[in-house]
Design a protein around this ligand. Sequence first.
Ligand code: UDP
Ligand code: MG
Length: 312
Amino acid sequence: MRNLISIVLPVYNEEAGIVKTIEVLENFVEKQPQDFELLFIDDGSTDTSVSLIKSMQQKYRNIKLIEFSRNFGHQLAISAGIRYTMGDAVVVMDADLQDPPSVIPEMIRKWKKGAQVVYGKHKSRAGETWFKKISASLFYRFLQKIANINIPLDSGDFRLMDRCVIKELRKMNETDPFVRGLVSWVGFKQTSVEYERKERIAGSSKYPLKKMISLALSGITSFSDFPLKLLVWAGSISIGFSFVYLPVALITGFTTLKFLIGTLFGLIGLSLIGMGLLGIYIYKTFQASRKRPLYIVSDISGFSQASQSQNL
Ligand code: UDP
Ligand code: MG
C-alpha cells in the first residue's frame, strides 16, 4: 500500500507567495511514489491567503485547510495541524518555501530505514539578517546547554515525524507549546538531514523581534529551570562574599559602612536564594499542571497476549 504523507503548513498573511508555494509543492508531490495531503492552518490571516488557498482547493484535491478565528501563533498553528493529519508520517514546513521540498525524499528515506523523527538541520540560512542568524545561533546553543533534554542545534520546525510521534504529540495540551522541544522530549529514534535554508520566495518574515523573544522564552521556560537555579547560585555567592567580608572588616578596622556592606550582601544573598527556591517549587507545580506523560513506552515484548490486553 502506498504511504500517505501529510505536509503541515502554518500560514499567516502569506498572500504574496502562497499560490507559488502550492504550485511548487503540487508539482513536487506529483512525482513522488507516496500519496500526499497538504494541510494548511491559517493562523488568522488578515489578507487574502484563505481565499487563495480555497481557490487552489478547486484545482487540487489533496489540499485541506483549517482556519483559526484569530492569530494564535505559529507554534499553536503547528500543534493544530498535527492534530488533524491522517498521514503515516507528517512533515512540518514553512509556507514560504524556505524549507525546500527537495529535502523531503531524503527525510522519507531515513524514515523508511527506521527513524521516527527526521529533523532538518540548517547548513546555511540564506536571505536572513545577520541579527537573526547570530541571535538564532546563540539561542540554540544556550538552550542546548540549559535545557533538561537534548534539543538539536540549528533546526527549526522543518521535520518529518512518524505517526507514533504524532500520537504522543496529540496528547500534549500545553498552553504555550514549544513544538521542537516537545518533539525532542517525546524521544523515539531521531536523526537529521542537513539542508540549505533558502530565502523566502515572497513577502516578509512574520516573526518580528517580539515573537522571536516570546518563542525563545517559551523554549527556556518549557524545558529548563536553569534561570531559577542561577538565582540560588547568585544568592549563595553573595552570602559567601558577606561571610568572608565581615570577618576581614572586623580585623582591619570595623566601620558602620563596612558593616552595612557586609550585611547587605548577606541579606541580598538570602533573598535571592529564597526567590530561587520559591521559583523552583512553582516550576515543579507548573510542570505537574502541564500533565505531560511521566514516560513514553516505545515498544513491549515478552508479554502474553492476555496480559497485554489486560494491562497495556
Ligand atoms: N506563521 C504563523 N503565525 C504567526 C507567524 C508566522 O502561522 O504568527 C507562519 C508563517 O506564515 C510561516 C511560518 O509560520 O509559514 C514561519 O514564519 P516566518 O516564515 O515568517 O518565520 P521565519 O522563517 O522568518 O523565521
Ligand atoms: Mg519562513
